[in-house]
Write a new protein. Structure first.
Length: 352
């Protein structure tokens, strides 16, 4: 009798253990499967200066698009954003932290384009793909490693389109633009950061767009305002005192500086009708509002949303080991070029 009881107890124990073991396997399988299903993209984003309106807009688009990707796909995207404060040494330290934190891809809006080689070598040593954006490194540095990319637009085209806005105004509204009636366009130029390729190319091609069709021009003044609205306002205030009503056009290498010029004109008591025509580049939200108000005659769209989307798509492909060409149209193995577009009041009216 005792043997029978023992035998039954043993069978019950074995069955109980088997049930517990099966439950453990099932529960473990669900938990493990859930952990395996959720992948994480750790993306480091280093900008030269977050106060730059255009760059801030790009980052905001990246944050929004990352959340949308998380909702649509089974993935978590972790963004770490740093501000280089226009200091390349600070940005290099931020790059080191990204690598220490195990970022899968790093996107850099570089402070000093001549320092790109150092960042590229660091990324290559850690085998972490590197995407530069909006500030193009020199071509030789881009060739240092196969997993280096650049997302941006061709600066010469932005200058050319900006010049075409002024060209059309000169040809169609000559009486309003040529205030002294001498058939010469007298202008001032607010330049971006000295030595920056966008500064050089926008400055050159904006004026080339005029002279190439026979428009005579005379430069009254040209100075760097470092992409900064406040600095541009100071420069423009001084020019208004020195040049008075001789200034017929203000070319600004970006919208922030164009808005600074408008600030100075308004502070000097000029109205939208009486101030010189002002043009910018980027099509930032504040610039579009200025076009609606009639103080900014036009700008050139630098596609901040397209730039952000391209970087998110490219980062996802690179983190999965996929061909980057499947996520973006690559030229020469490294470059993704986005188109520029003119924006004037008539364009905003059509969109609304």
């Amino acid at each position: 009798m005792n043997r029978t009881i023992k035998s039954c107890f043993s069978r019950l124990c074995i069955k109980g253990l088997a049930v517990l073991l099966l439950l453990a396997i099932l529960l473990g399988g669900c938990t493990g499967g859930s952990e395996r299903e959720e992948s994480v993209l750790r993306l480091g984003i280093a900008v030269y200066q977050q106060e730059d309106t255009f760059i801030s807009t790009v980052v905001q688009h990246m944050e929004r698009l990352a959340r949308e990707e998380e909702l649509e796909k089974d993935i978590k995207i972790s963004l770490t954003i740093t501000d280089g404060r226009s200091n390349q040494t600070v940005q290099l330290e931020q790059m080191d932290r990204f690598l220490d934190q195990g970022c899968d891809v790093i996107c850099v809006n570089i402070v000093d384009r001549t320092a790109a080689a150092v960042l590229i070598d660091k990324a290559e040593e850690a085998a972490v793909p590197l995407i530069f954006f909006n500030r193009q490194p020199v071509e030789e540095d881009m060739e240092r490693w196969e997993q280096v990319y650049y997302v941006g637009a061709k600066a010469a085209e932005s200058g050319r389109l900006q010049g075409q806005i002024v060209r059309d105004l000169w040809q169609n509204e000559r009486g309003q633009v040529d205030r002294n009636g001498n058939d010469v366009l007298e202008y001032v130029m607010l330049e971006g950061e000295p030595g920056h390729q966008d500064t050089l190319l926008r400055t050159k091609y904006a004026i080339d767009a005029l002279t190439s069709v026979g428009i005579r021009v005379r430069k009254l003044a040209s100075e760097s305002a470092n992409w900064n609205r406040a600095q541009a306002a100071q420069k423009m205030s001084l020019w208004l005192e020195e040049q008075g009503g001789d200034i017929e056009a203000v070319f600004a290498n970006n919208d922030d500086m164009a808005l600074g010029a408008i600030d100075a004109c308004l502070s000097a008591g000029l109205s939208a009708e009486s101030m010189p025509l002002v043009v910018g580049v980027d099509a930032t939200p504040p610039a579009l509002e200025a076009i609606r108000a009639g103080t900014l005659k036009g700008t050139v769209l630098n596609d901040s949303e397209g730039m952000a989307k391209t970087m998110i798509d490219l980062s996802l492909a690179l983190s999965r080991g996929e061909d980057p060409a499947s996520a973006a149209k690559l030229e020469e193995g490294h470059y993704i070029w986005l188109p520029y577009r003119r924006i004037e009041a008539k364009d905003l009216s059509r969109e609304e």
